[in-house]
Design a protein around this ligand. Structure first.
Ligand SMILES: *[C@@H]1O[C@H](CO)[C@@H](O)[C@H](O)[C@H]1NC(C)=O
Ligand SMILES: *[C@@H]1O[C@H](CO)[C@@H](O)[C@H](O)[C@H]1NC(C)=O
Ligand SMILES: *[C@@H]1O[C@H](CO)[C@@H](O)[C@H](O)[C@H]1NC(C)=O
Ligand SMILES: *[C@@H]1O[C@H](CO)[C@@H](O)[C@H](O)[C@H]1NC(C)=O
Ligand SMILES: *[C@@H]1O[C@H](CO)[C@@H](O)[C@H](O)[C@H]1NC(C)=O
Ligand SMILES: *[C@@H]1O[C@H](CO)[C@@H](O)[C@H](O)[C@H]1NC(C)=O
Length: 427
């Protein structure tokens, strides 16, 4: 009997440990997945990161557009930020089921939208006019701030109409199909400043000046970072101490290697801290190029997130920016790609793997004398090994993808350890 209680408690504990805490009211991705005709709309809700925003709202109406009608939007090849504005105009912050739509008080209403709620919409833009039309039709149109533009087009033409209801959970979420994309010159206007995040400015001002300055002196690499700030970017910038200590090694690299090393500190996807804390595994970087993998392994233990290559294990020490679509974190060591820095040569005995590859100028630094103890950054120096104690497996010839496996095993180990801990408390 007592055993049963203990088991129950353990199961509960495991469930609590393994289930990510979500306060999501709905899952729009899942709802729309049942309708293949809406795959394009669903896809763009995900790529614009609107899906999670919809999921956390309690009372919401999604005006879905089928694949045929989406073509008029996708054919414009708009940037993601503009697509996001347009699609957020299709998310009403109120509940409108089919029944309510046909019974609007006075036949017409204005609904606030997610576009308006995000503050991206100027003035009176960002509302949707819903009007009951002749013959049982319901028309939809985006409002536009007509007066300031001297435009005659102040009364919206309600040429997008209600087709059918896809999913209704009364007063929580309603997903309905409308015939056309709501056209809005305001939402379609190229959005200015917001997405031009000055990543080097942010880094310089927050203890990553050395890295930012170096990046600035490599315009090609900087441009790769900059062009990704719109669609999604995560930057891991080494602290000034770490990068200063690494500069002598950096100077010895070839120009190409320097470029790769800088690009190695960026990921072409936005990763929130919450996401990094829950996603273990291999990550591609901006330096990844076909067979040149240039990847590292993300691992987390509790609140600690580490980035690991065969040559170094760096820890995230601070968050400088975490605002979709850009995140910038400080790390305590320079990330050394395995492609440039072979395994640490601790003993004079020749390591088998590096011998197989033709020596290049970039590897000369291996022959350098041990770095002064203050340079804990230099994984090539013996001084580094004790500091990285728990990562002694760095020297084994495993591939970084095995790292992911180890992470999973590690996770289970933690689970088992806590289980044993609780068990012993009960006995
Ligand atoms: C929503 O559903 C999709 C598809 O079923 C799934 O991949 C995703 O993880 C779900 N999201 C959440 C937050 O549960
Ligand atoms: C919605 O648009 C119609 C047609 O332009 C207009 O007659 C109506 O007054 C508008 N409704 C609201 C609430 O603004
Ligand atoms: C709907 O009306 C607007 C404004 O008059 C127009 O620009 C747009 O092309 C129309 N869309 C359709 C599908 O008729
Ligand atoms: C609607 O949302 C409320 C609050 O989140 C929840 O308590 C209720 O069960 C939901 N209703 C349905 C039908 O899912
Ligand atoms: C970014 O900020 C830095 C420092 O504030 C400034 O020198 C640089 O010109 C800015 N770059 C851009 C593209 O605005
Ligand atoms: C860089 O290269 C020079 C010349 O080959 C060498 O003397 C020096 O020790 C190297 N420095 C480092 C930090 O590897």
């Amino acid at each position: 009997m007592q055993k049963a209680i203990v088991l129950g408690a353990l199961l509960l504990l495991l469930t609590l440990t393994l289930t990510p805490t979500t306060t999501h009211a709905h899952n729009i991705t899942k709802i729309l997945a049942k309708f293949p005709d809406f795959s394009s709309f669903n896809h763009y809700l995900t790529t614009t990161h609107l899906a999670p925003e919809i999921n956390t709202r309690q009372t919401i109406t999604v005006l879905a557009i089928d694949n045929a009608a989406m073509a008029s939007l996708t054919s414009k090849h708009l940037p993601i930020s503009t697509l996001k504005n347009i699609l957020s105009l299709h998310v009403l912050l109120d509940y409108f089921g089919a029944k309510k739509l046909h019974q609007i008080t006075d036949g017409s209403a204005l609904a606030a939208t997610m576009y308006q709620a995000t503050g991206s919409a100027p003035g009176t833009a960002g509302f949707v006019n819903i009007t009951d039309l002749k013959g049982g039709k319901v028309g939809f149109a985006a409002t536009n701030p007509a007066s300031d533009e001297g435009d005659s087009d102040s009364t919206p033409s309600l040429n997008s109409t209600f087709i059918k209801s896809l999913k209704e959970i009364p007063y929580n979420i309603s997903v309905i199909q409308i015939s056309h994309i709501l056209s809005s010159p305001t939402a379609e206007a190229p959005s200015p400043a917001p997405e031009a995040t000055n990543i080097t400015g942010i880094m310089s001002a927050h203890g990553c000046k050395e890295f930012a300055d170096t990046l600035t002196s490599f315009p090609d690499a900087l441009e790769v970072f900059t062009t990704n700030t719109e669609g999604g970017l995560t930057v891991f910038c080494p602290s000034d101490d770490a990068f200063k200590g690494f500069l002598p090694n950096f100077k010895n690299l070839t120009k190409e290697e320097k470029n790769s090393l800088l690009l190695f500190h960026g990921i072409p996807v936005y990763n929130s801290m919450a996401l990094l804390k829950t996603s273990n595994g291999v990550m591609n970087t901006l330096a990844t190029d076909g067979k040149n993998k240039f990847d590292f392994t993300v691992q987390n233990a509790g609140q600690k997130v580490t980035l690991k290559t065969k040559a170094v294990t760096a820890t995230i020490t601070a968050t400088l920016l975490d605002e979709d679509p850009v995140a910038i974190y400080t790390i305590d060591k320079v990330l050394k790609p395995s492609e440039i820095f072979k395994k640490p040569e601790i003993s004079p005995a020749p390591a088998p793997a590096p011998e197989a590859e033709a020596p290049s100028k970039g590897k000369r630094h291996h022959k350098s004398p041990p770095a002064p103890p203050s340079e804990d950054d230099s994984a090539d120096s013996p001084a580094d090994s004790p500091a990285d104690g728990p990562n002694a497996d760095d020297s084994t010839a495993d591939d970084s993808s095995d790292g992911g496996e180890r992470v999973k095993k590690g996770f289970w180990m933690v689970g088992v350890v806590s289980v044993v801990g609780v068990w012993s408390m009960w006995i």
